[in-house]
Ligand binder design. Structure first.
Ligand code: PBG
Length: 375
């Protein structure tokens, strides 16, 4: 046994029952008193060299020492595009997110640009008649996404436009590539050839960045080579490098209509997307894509993979993007709707955490709301 412990603290005027605002802490009358608590008596301040709470005392101090700050330029808005002239279509599992026809898409892009959002990522939702097993409509020179890119770039040239390179909106089976002869798996090399052609059409339509989200091996090198051979040396590649086989993509698959694999078994992308259990494989994928010529490295989803964002951030000199995916958005929205979480606060905290983990930019369905708030 040792000597009895005597602990002393300073007793602030709060003890006197005076109501104080948060900002009054420590500045209001500091009374000293003796507080008996069991065997301990408190009549002197603790002998502490560091009192971290000193820097949390007032709102201005807290602002001064804030290490991570969100700004509109941090965000990329994913947008869904449809053909025709119809009204914006709400997506049930993503409240506040709509599919826009090209004309409304331009309006939305103008608004985002005005709010300081630097980039949009476009995803098409196609009618069933444009889907087949080979995803052939992805190479249609009059395809929806190519028209959308041209329209946005001519209406809002300063806005950076990103397009998705993957076949899932175009295939009846919903996979990101074409299937092997047996139909059991996605054929890597044939898919890469198609995706390279698809990316070139997008580059020629004027897109600033292509974003291959297919997770085929070797696609970054193939696309870079295709671009350079065609003289499209200025089109950048944002590689979905560490893209996990995630259940958080559910609402997105509703949005682009890729969840129902017509007539086939349930869609599993486990043979190409990363196993959520695997950190070393994710780091390896990022290194491969960097070597193959990626200009940006992406981690996706974001919130459940903050460790991967940090790992990639520490290993690459390239800008790191993170995608706060549809399911991350949906879960915050759903809990808020039930009154279980505060929407604005959770939204902010979730994005702050992604940036703090090391993301330079965040694809998020909250982009517009955040830009409005921060602008
Ligand atoms: C597919 C693709 C997906 C997302 C972006 N591109 C889903 C998938 O892999 O099935 C998900 C985005 C989100 O959930 O918000 N190429």
């Amino acid at each position: 046994g040792g000597a009895p412990i005597e602990v002393t603290i300073m007793v602030t005027s709060m003890m006197g029952g005076k109501a104080m605002g948060v900002d009054d802490f420590g500045s209001g009358g500091r009374g000293r008193g003796v507080l008996k608590c069991g065997n301990m008596s408190f009549d002197r301040p603790l002998d502490l060299v560091e009192r971290p709470r000193r820097l949390r005392r007032t709102a201005s101090l807290r602002r001064m020492v804030q290490e991570t700050v969100l700004r509109p330029a941090d965000f990329i808005a994913p947008l869904f595009v449809i053909d025709g002239k119809g009204a914006p279509q709400p997506i049930k599992s993503m409240p506040g997110v709509f599919r826009y026809n090209v004309k409304d898409l331009i309006k939305e892009c103008r608004a985002l640009h005005k709010l300081g959002v630097p980039a949009v990522a476009l995803f098409p939702k196609l009618a069933a008649k444009f889907k087949d097993a080979g995803g052939t409509h992805a190479l249609d020179e009059d395809g929806l996404i190519l028209r959308a890119v041209a329209a946005v770039k001519s209406a809002v040239p300063e806005l950076t436009v990103i397009t998705d390179v993957a076949l899932d909106p175009y295939t009846t089976h919903g996979h990101d590539g074409v299937l092997t002869e047996s139909g059991d798996d996605v054929d890597n090399d044939r898919s890469v050839a198609i995706l390279s052609e698809m990316a070139l059409l997008q580059a020629e339509a004027g897109v600033d960045i292509v974003a291959p989200s297919d997770m085929m091996d070797g696609r970054i090198a193939a696309i870079r080579e295709t671009f350079d051979d065609a003289g499209q040396t200025d089109t950048a590649i944002m590689a979905y490098s560490a893209k996990f086989n995630s259940a958080y993509y559910g609402p997105f698959r509703d949005a682009v209509g890729s969840s129902q694999a017509a007539g086939t078994r349930l869609l599993s992308k486990a043979t190409y997307q990363l196993d959520p259990a695997n950190r070393r494989q994710a780091i390896n994928e990022a290194a491969l894509d960097e070597d193959e010529g990626a200009d940006f490295i992406m981690v996706k989803p974001a919130g459940a993979y903050l460790d991967i964002i940090r790992d990639v951030r520490e290993r690459t000199g390239k800008p790191v993007a993170a995608y706060q995916v549809s399911g991350e958005y949906a879960q915050i929205q759903a809990a808020a709707k039930l009154g279980w979480l505060d929407l604005e606060k959770c939204r902010h905290e979730s994005l702050l955490a992604i940036k703090r983990a090391g993301a330079d930019m965040i694809l998020t369905y909250f982009a517009k709301d955040m830009a409005k708030l921060l602008g």
